[in-house]
Design a protein around this ligand. Structure first.
Ligand SMILES: Cc1cc2nc3c(=O)[nH]c(=O)nc-3n(C[C@H](O)[C@H](O)[C@H](O)COP(=O)(O)O)c2cc1C
Length: 188
């Protein structure tokens, strides 16, 4: 009789344990869902500054899309048709390697992607990032900085290249203040 009682108690506590761990893991999944990531590439720091403000305004995770081989000043010389950036931008299929990707992209349902405008569009490293990130069911919102070019041609090129991605309205963030960014992210 005593044995049966002990066995029954053990079975009850096992079931209780199991339920506790299920609830905990469900809680963790719920916490993880619906997060926002701000991912950016910045060769000279301008887009990085905008990305930092944006991540702060959104309370989002921030990730630098870092090239495996950093761009030197010579690499960025657009007046030199043989510079690394010129060579990459002349070839729409060029995919510069990225140092690393964010851990577990599945945590994010909104991903902002920031970049400097190069030759009117996004640098090819942005294509590398997009093609390595799993963006099914994710809203992707591009943002950019530039020397004066608008962002629309870059947005059009991205939408044409990735028709299955749900792009939200992108923004040029030249000379933005924290208040400008707050106003942008507060839009319904
Ligand atoms: C290779 C290269 C090409 C560029 N092409 C353009 C362009 O087509 N239009 C423009 O307005 N600015 C252009 N720029 C300027 C950058 O978009 C601008 O300085 C940007 O804010 C730099 O951002 P970053 O500091 O995050 O790299 C170009 C810069 C580089 C290096």
């Amino acid at each position: 009789m005593k044995k049966i009682l002990i066995l029954a108690l053990a079975a009850i506590s096992l079931v209780a344990c199991n339920q506790t761990s299920k609830t905990e893991s469900r809680g963790t999944e719920e916490e993880a869902a619906g997060k926002t990531l701000v991912a950016y590439f910045s060769a000279t720091g301008t887009t990085q500054a905008a990305a930092e403000l944006l991540a702060q305004a959104l309370s989002a995770d921030l990730f630098e899309i870092a090239p495996e081989q950093p761009y030197s000043e010579d690499d960025l010389n657009w007046r030199d048709s043989l510079s690394r950036s010129s060579v990459e931008m002349k070839d729409a299929s060029f995919r510069p390697a990225i140092k690393s990707m964010p851990d577990d992209m599945g945590r994010y349902d909104t991903v902002y992607i920031g970049f400097p405008i190069w030759w009117g569009v996004a640098p090819r490293i942005i294509n590398t990032f997009i093609e390595n990130a799993s963006l099914d069911g994710v809203t992707v919102i591009p943002f950019a900085t530039s020397g004066g070019s608008e962002i629309e041609p870059a947005l059009d090129a991205l939408s044409a290249a990735y028709p299955d991605i749900a792009f939200g309205e992108g923004r040029l963030l030249n000379d933005v203040s924290p208040a400008d960014i707050e106003a942008w992210v507060a839009q319904p």
